[in-house]
Design a protein around this ligand. Structure first.
Ligand code: GNR
Ligand code: NI
Length: 179
């Protein structure tokens, strides 16, 4: 296993649309293992392959307190949405920014597992938020895109300012920043 470098906003590579996984081989298992290690190390509750510059439709999530409930979803799709909810979100690719985002409250998800078998389940609460956040990454979208243009401009300024004030200090997790 290995720690992967997490891309940071506004890196253009975070804007690439990921392609579906077609081959379920050992290199996919290796990627998922590395993504889990990177997510737990950051620490975060989710990670999309896009964030580690791999443009395949792979996400990992663990919203448990004990950090013992890893979920890996390949080619995930939301096939049903219900309700609306606002929750404060953060993103490992947008360090230091936490803002409320409006999303569906409950989602029905279809995805493949590491063997290529289809699974379908309902999610709500933090898990539902996280799945929607990670699928956004696979489309090249970030949670800050869902804020008002004014708020997004403030976020961009804050990131530039943080960068200026702590030029030598790196974040707790490895990030590649091109601001
Ligand atoms: O660690 C993370 N926390 C989080 C909190 C609220 C809503 C979404 C998230 S996902 C984020 C990790 C991340 O950036 N995943 O892409
Ligand atoms: Ni994120």
């Amino acid at each position: 296993m290995a720690l992967l470098t997490i891309l940071a906003f506004p890196d253009d590579r975070l804007r690439k649309k990921a392609s579906p996984v077609e081959v379920f081989d050992d290199s996919l298992k290796q990627l998922v293992g590395d993504m889990l290690e990177t997510m737990y190390n950051a620490p975060g509750i989710g990670l999309a392959a896009t964030q580690v510059n791999v443009h395949k439709r792979v996400i990992v999530i663990d919203v448990s307190e004990e950090k013992n409930s890893a979920v890996c979803l390949i080619n995930p799709e939301i096939i049903e949405k219900r309700g609306v909810e606002e929750m404060e979100e953060g993103c490992l690719s947008v360090p230091g920014v936490f803002e409320k985002v409006r999303r569906a409250q409950c989602v029905r998800v279809r995805a493949l597992d590491l063997e290529g078998n289809t699974t379908e389940f309902d999610a709500e609460g933090l898990l539902a938020v996280c799945i929607q956040h990670e699928i956004d990454h696979l489309e090249g979208h970030l949670f800050v895109d869902r804020l008002s243009p004014l708020k997004r401009q403030l976020v961009r300024k804050k990131i530039k300012k943080d960068q200026r004030h702590r030029p030598g200090k790196s974040p707790s997790h490895p990030v590649s920043s091109v601001i």
